[in-house]
Write a protein that binds this ligand. Structure first.
Ligand code: ADP
Ligand code: MG
Length: 468
């Protein structure tokens, strides 16, 4: 499959699209299109295939194995960071004075103490291949909130296997990402231990990527017989309360609150949504993530963990991977805090060669980073205090490979680069680790020259890695 001509691959489009629809690799139509059909965002029927690549994307097997191997330790590091109050406070000190959103999450963390000792992380660590010299994986970021596409990527792996069986192709690694994430939620629900409780998935109103979420709900039901309700933060504000410590909505107890919303300032249009966030945090429900986990997933924490000696604080000799091994996948990351001794030097370097860097604010969900001349504009116009809301990162440069991306049933061929995400599911309580698994992967493929990488944001398509 990998090396077939595009003309042959294009013959596969009808059967590939049918596979996607039949197996639920679909996106809800944009709101306006759905409205024309008389549909609301939660109604069924208004779906079309998710954007996908016609063939898998070649990825070095050794690099794939390496990042899979690092995941259990990375998941532990995130958990330990989330429990290290002094380190979080020091690390985020300037960030929360310059960035309102991080300050709000920090405020929930401080003022609504989480009484639940169970900690659930459904994480995704994202990598690109840096090919400035010898190819090597460099971490783009690690997601601790709303790590999406586990279910759709599992389906796209199946699609590529199906097409490869018919047309020939290389070996695709097993991918049970969606099922594995559901298993993590089920482990937390069981550890919570209340028979009649339900899981709540917090969603954004009008979510187009809702089938990825619904498939997770279906795995939770099919594999574990656990019911899940979809609610918005506004729903929780209106209908949620705390009874004897437990979160109760519409009369049922909530075991786990799984966030697929709440990562962006847009998710909190009024104080009501922040009140709902605090209510959840103060309750006994297991939060995925807690405010502490969300803070542990900020770009600022990523940069701080890459500083010399920082990882040593969070790793022990019996962890599977060493600080040195983890640091191998860290790109150059530069501290822009006012108090940082090297901030001015990093800024000078970025101004001299902006294309070698990415400037990142504390945001999730794609479309927020600055590149090229926008970096120069930003760095020359911001005060040092404003600058500390950002981190500066080495730009990862991948060699493009030809690929065909299918949107709305039509293929576009071009030079592509890719980003590999590894999912980890982690559960622990005060006595220790209960669950730490690598569930699967996501490969997003995009045309060269597209700076951002999100599928939901329209930049990339779903694909899968072919190990070479
Ligand atoms: P977000 O939280 O918005 O997903 P990311 O750090 O993942 O933020 O950045 C968004 C996208 O920008 C990535 O998917 C990737 O395509 C691109 N990107 C981010 N960091 C780099 C980098 N250091 N080098 C090259 N591209 C990057
Ligand atoms: Mg990202």
């Amino acid at each position: 499959m990998l090396f077939l001509a595009l003309s042959i691959m294009k013959e596969s489009i009808p059967e590939a699209v049918s596979w996607c629809v039949a197996h639920g690799a679909v996106y809800a139509l944009p709101k306006d299109d759905a409205a024309k059909l008389g549909d609301t965002y939660e109604a069924s029927g208004a779906f079309a295939h998710a954007p996908f690549a016609l063939a898998p994307f070649a990825w070095p097997r050794s690099e794939y194995d390496k990042v899979v191997g690092l995941q259990p330790t990375l998941s532990r590091v995130i958990d330990r960071v989330s429990r290290d109050h002094d380190w979080l406070e020091t690390t985020l000190k300037e960030t929360i004075t310059s960035d309102d959103f991080t300050a709000k999450v920090y405020d929930v963390y401080k003022s609504a103490p989480n009484p639940q000792e169970l900690r659930l992380g459904l994480l995704r660590s994202d990598y690109m291949l840096d090919e400035k010299d010898e190819p090597r994986s460099l971490q783009v970021e690690i997601n601790t909130i709303a790590s999406s596409f586990g279910c759709l990527s599992q389906t796209i792996s199946q699609l590529h296997n199906f097409l490869a069986a018919k047309r020939g192709g290389g070996e695709l690694p097993k991918n049970q990402a969606g099922r594995g994430l559901a298993k993590g939620i089920a482990a937390a629900h069981k550890a919570y231990g209340s028979k009649d409780a339900k899981v709540v998935m917090l969603v954004q109103p009008g979510e187009r990527n809702q089938m990825d979420q619904r498939k997770l709900e279906h795995f939770l039901w099919d594999d574990h017989s656990i019911p899940l309700e979809r609610l918005t933060l506004e729903d929780v504000a209106k209908r949620g309360t705390i009874v004897d410590g437990a979160l109760v909505v519409d009369g049922y107890e909530v075991s786990v609150v799984y966030f697929r919303a709440g990562y962006s300032p847009d998710d909190y249009p009024t104080d009501k949504e922040w009140d709902a966030r605090s209510l959840i945090e103060r309750s006994l429900a297991v939060k995925c993530p807690s405010a502490a986990y969300q803070l542990a997933g900020t770009k600022k924490v990523q940069q701080a963990l890459a500083a010399p000696g920082a990882l040593e604080r969070f790793l022990r000799d019996d962890d599977a991977s060493s600080p040195r091994e983890l640091r191998q996948v860290f790109a150059g990351l530069y501290d822009l805090d006012e108090a940082a001794p090297n901030a001015d030097a990093a800024v000078a370097e970025a101004l001299a060669a902006p294309d070698a860097f990415v400037l990142k604010p504390q945001r999730e969900g794609g479309g927020n980073n600055l590149y090229g001349s926008d970096i120069v504009d930003a760095l020359t116009s911001m005060t040092p205090a404003q600058r500390s809301a950002f981190i500066l990162m080495e730009r990862i440069v991948s060699k493009p490979k030809t690929g065909a991306l299918v949107r709305n049933g039509h293929a576009t061929e071009g030079d592509c680069v890719a980003e590999l995400g590894i999912y980890g599911a982690f559960l622990a309580n005060d006595k220790g680790e209960l669950h730490n698994e690598v569930c699967g992967h996501l490969l997003r493929q995009k045309l060269l020259g597209t700076n951002e990488g999100g599928v939901a944001a329209g930049f990339a398509v779903l694909s899968s890695p072919a190990l070479v």
